[in-house]
Design a protein. Structure first.
Length: 124
């Protein structure tokens, strides 16, 4: 990669990462793309940067309502999802759950996803 090109990629990566952090709502690739539209970053680049960062463990991804959402908080945590506005909040995992081992044998555990659903303050 030429120095010029690698500089551009670094800048794009930075913008995509900051967008995920700033959104505070676990955005999808499409939402990141829309947010960064004025910077001229294409949707394919947004997808590539997001998936690279997930591979590197800088971001986490999970599926919500049929869409992949991106999460800058990579430590174990739970989510609260509002069933009206679809906003997603980060919630602490109850410590008791972290100490639980699932009742299945011969599996490799890769993680735990816990989501509470309900109606948020502004939708009540
Ligand atoms: Zn709501
Ligand atoms: Zn989260």
């Amino acid at each position: 990669m030429s120095p010029q090109k690698s500089k551009r990629v670094t800048r794009q990566r930075q913008l995509v990462y900051e967008c995920v952090i700033d959104s505070k709502d676990h955005p999808s690739a499409n939402e990141v793309f829309t947010e960064l539209q004025t910077s001229g970053i294409g949707l394919a680049t947004v997808y590539r940067q997001l998936s690279n960062m997930v591979d590197e463990g800088i971001l986490k991804s999970f599926e919500h309502s049929g869409q992949i959402r991106y999460d800058p908080l990579v430590t174990p945590h739970a989510h609260f999802v509002c069933t009206v506005c679809d906003k997603i909040w980060d919630v602490d995992l109850p410590e008791s759950i972290l100490l639980t081992t699932p009742n299945v044998s011969n599996v490799d555990i890769e993680g735990l996803e816990l989501t509470w659903k309900g109606i948020c303050e502004s939708c009540k």
